[in-house]
Design a protein around this ligand. Structure first.
Ligand code: ATR
Length: 276
C-alpha cells in the first residue's frame, strides 16, 4: 500500500488481537469508499496502552478498541460521547485535529443488526444470558428502545443484580434477574458459552422458553452456529449470530473515522469477506 502524509492511519488495538476480523472488514470499507487509508491490527497490552494513545494523537486518524481496553482507554480521551459515557465503554476513538474523541458503536451496531433481520425489541419481552462487559451497553440500549421487559440471567447471580442496579441508577429502567415468564420474544446470549473451548456448553440448561415465536440471538460468530443457536433453530425459533453486530458496529465506526456515509452495499461486501 502506498503510504504518504495524506494516508489516514487506522487500526484495531487489543490483547489478544491476532484473530481480529476488523482489518479485513475495514479494508473492504476503504476499498468501497476509495479513501486514502490503511487499517492494521496492533497488539497493545495494559502496559503499552498509554504510549499507544500518544501515537494515536500524533500519527493516526482513529482506532477501534477491543478487550481488555474499552474502559481503560477512556482516561486518555479529551471528549467522550454521551452514550459511550453512559455505557462506560469506548470502542471507537476518532482523532479530531489532535483531540481524541471516544464513541461506542457496539450497542447501536447490535440494534441495527437486529433491525436488518426485522427483529424489533419495542414492547417485547427480552431475555439476556450473561452479565459481562458485552451485556451492559446492549442492555441499556434495548431499554432505551422501549423493550417491554428485560431479564438478565447470569451464572454468577450477583453480577446480574449489580448490572440491574447500575442500569436503574443510570436510566431508571428496572431489570429483572429472575425468569418469570413461560415465553420470551427475544433471547440474547452474551456469555462465552458456545465458543471454544466451551463449544459444547449452553448458556442455560433448558430452553423451554424458546418457541417458533422467539428470535434467538448469539453474540458469538465463531462458530457461526453455536450449540445454543442450533437447538433454538430445532425448536422453530428465528436465529441470528453475532456477525451482523460486528459488521454494523464497524460500519458506524468507519463512518465516524471518515465523517462520511458508506454505500448501501457495505454490509454485504464485508459479510462476503469475513463471513464463513
Ligand atoms: P468477561 O471478561 O466479559 O466476563 P467471560 O469470562 O468470557 O468474559 O464471561 C462473560 C460472561 O459469560 C459472564 O457473564 C460469564 O458468567 P460469570 O459471570 O458467571 O462468570 C459467562 N459465562 C462464561 N462461561 C459460562 C458458562 N459455561 N455458563 C454460563 N455462563 C458463562
Amino acid at each position: 500500500m502506498g503510504l504518504n502524509d495524506k494516508t489516514k492511519r487506522l487500526a484495531v488495538i487489543g490483547d489478544p488481537i491476532e484473530h481480529s476480523l476488523s482489518p479485513a472488514m475495514h479494508r473492504e470499507f476503504i476499498k468501497l469508499s476509495g479513501d486514502d487509508a490503511e487499517y492494521t491490527k496492533i497488539h497493545v497490552t495494559n502496559k503499552t496502552l498509554a504510549d499507544m494513545m500518544e501515537k494515536v494523537r500524533t500519527q493516526m486518524c482513529g482506532i477501534n478498541v477491543t478487550a481488555p481496553h474499552k474502559v481503560a482507554v477512556m482516561e486518555y480521551l479529551d471528549e467522550i460521547s454521551d452514550d459511550a459515557r453512559l455505557f462506560g465503554a469506548v470502542n471507537t476513538v476518532v482523532n479530531d485535529s489532535g483531540r481524541l474523541i471516544g464513541y461506542n458503536t457496539d450497542a447501536k451496531g447490535f440494534y441495527a443488526s437486529l433491525l436488518r433481520e426485522g427483529i424489533d425489541v419495542k414492547d417485547k419481552e427480552v431475555l439476556f444470558f450473561g452479565a459481562g462487559g458485552a451485556t451492559k451497553s446492549v442492555c441499556m440500549y434495548l431499554a432505551m428502545k422501549k423493550a417491554k421487559s428485560i431479564t438478565v440471567i447470569n451464572r454468577t447471580k450477583e453480577k446480574a443484580i449489580a448490572l440491574g442496579e447500575n442500569i436503574k441508577s443510570a436510566i431508571g429502567y428496572e431489570i429483572k434477574t429472575e425468569m418469570e415468564l413461560p415465553h420470551y420474544d427475544v433471547v440474547i446470549n452474551t456469555t462465552s458459552a458456545g465458543m471454544a473451548p466451551q463449544l459444547d456448553v449452553l448458556p442455560y440448561a433448558e430452553l423451554d422458553f424458546i418457541d417458533e415465536n422467539t428470535a434467538v440471538v448469539d453474540m458469538i460468530y465463531n462458530p457461526p452456529e453455536t450449540k445454543f443457536l442450533k437447538l433454538a433453530k430445532e425448536k422453530g425459533a428465528r436465529t441470528l449470530n453475532g456477525l451482523g453486530m460486528l459488521i454494523c458496529q464497524g460500519i458506524f465506526a468507519y463512518e465516524l473515522f471518515m465523517d462520511t456515509k458508506l454505500p448501501e452495499g457495505a454490509f454485504d461486501a464485508a459479510k462476503a469477506v469475513i463471513g464463513r
